[in-house]
Design a protein around this ligand. Sequence first.
Ligand SMILES: Cc1cc2nc3c(=O)[nH]c(=O)nc-3n(C[C@H](O)[C@H](O)[C@H](O)COP(=O)(O)OP(=O)(O)OC[C@H]3O[C@@H](n4cnc5c(N)ncnc54)[C@H](O)[C@@H]3O)c2cc1C
Length: 507
Amino acid sequence: MATSQYILSPREAHEAEQQWRVVKRSVDARQRELRVHLTVLTDDEGRPIAKDAPIPLYEPPVFQDVHKAVRSAIIIGAGPAGLFAALTLLEHGIKPILYERGKEVSERKKDIALLNRNEGLNPESNYCFGEGGAGTFSDGKLFSRSKKRGNMQRVMELFHYFGAPDTVLYEAHAHIGSDKLPTIIKNMRECIIQHGGEIHFETKIDSLSQLSTLNSKPITPVILAIGHSAHDTYRMLAAEGVALETKGFAMGVRAEHPQSLINRLMYFKGRNIDISGSQYTETISYVGNASYSLVTQVDGRGVYSFCMCPGGYIVPAGSTPETCVVNGMSASHRNSPFANSGMVVQINPEDIPGDNPLRGLEYQEALEREAFKQSAISSQPSAAPAQRLRDFVAGKASKDLPKCSYLPGIVPSRLDQWLPAHIGHRLQQGFRDFDRKYPGFLTNEAVIVGVESRSSSAVRIPRDPETLQSVSTPLLYPCGEGAGYAGGITSSALDGINAALKIADLA
Ligand SMILES: Cc1cc2nc3c(=O)[nH]c(=O)nc-3n(C[C@H](O)[C@H](O)[C@H](O)COP(=O)(O)OP(=O)(O)OC[C@H]3O[C@@H](n4cnc5c(N)ncnc54)[C@H](O)[C@@H]3O)c2cc1C
């Protein structure tokens, strides 16, 4: 089967998508007029194949029954890395036994609702911990910059198989949304259990030796897929002699603009378009709200946008009391009136004095506590500290704040004064640079909210590149974001698959 490529207006692309079998789609906002690049499947004469032609989208997975399997593997953590590892083990006839400190997804939802209403944080069930890991209540962006890690398309196919929309198979910047992800995650769990795997919720592993009491088999491989927020688990690993090292990471704030302003800057090159007019509303309904990806260098460090959520919400993403951590999520339609994104500064290990491998974590924690303290000063401890964007860059207090999607609330704060200078000053310059690229980006209609401290892992659990086993601890397979070898849902899922494939090869 061949393919043909088309460059179309949003309306033409929308119509083509209803009729043809699309295999790739991307929105090109670089030219004066917005264009959509479509690749469609064609027959031998070059005619597009109909969308509903009886041609399978992909080879479906085949999961084996492992109720009586001789081989098993333990997985710590039911995030994307742990779940995709479990599914891969099932494909190879190996029984996965998963331990997850948080709750199953429907119970977890209730704890997240309490958190959003300012009714308390459950340190074991929140935006970071629980079934599906940090990826469940997220934007669900499914793309990775790295093309080297393995079969990314297979990750998309598995998401689709468990209920994600067709677009994940062909959209260049596919996303699922936090309204759809919980069902997909539940479907994965049911598949694992139906085929004989085990999942134990609300079971935190706080010692590796605990695993031998939980399991009778003496030598069982362990996939460590703990994510990067389980600071207590890193400390346990350090105490038990597992090799750890500091790695570079990034910290900063989350910036939120009105989505209509971002649409105008990205899609209409800043033209003063009528946002109730048909050109604007048709464009948005065909291609969705605009996103952006910004990067600059300031004083030798990268300053960049991270995890941009068009039509999304800023969320409280901490997992320990008396800290303030923000991140972003969106629903599948990405239709809130706000556009938020992490704006972070690269931090290298040498930027933090000392040789403790956990010093990056300590640095993150100190800033998260400071952010909490700053909002507590305003006698609203569960609100997040915030400042209008232009005020932040100009070093001025914000008397009031614009509307913001952050449900627990925001309070005016001098982030320009209390962020560490090497982060704050670089962010200020970074925002000036972004405004040169997109004039109007630096505006007091936008607000920054602190702190975005968990954009990437500050620790690596080094592993042998061939066997993927920990360099210190045989049969321990550190993987996913917490191991420091992945960042994001798809690369973590793929890393979980790779760990499981290594275990399958052990036979
Ligand atoms: C709000 C938010 C939005 C995000 N949006 C996106 C996005 O749109 N796209 C994207 O690609 N990435 C996004 N991310 C990042 C993404 O979610 C992570 O990169 C990804 O989930 C990492 O997968 P993982 O399996 O390695 O770890 P995690 O998803 O963090 O899962 C680790 C799991 O291990 C469990 N665990 C930890 N310690 C223990 C223990 N001792 N015992 C038992 N269980 C334990 C945790 O409870 C957790 O469920 C977002 C993150 C957040 C917080």
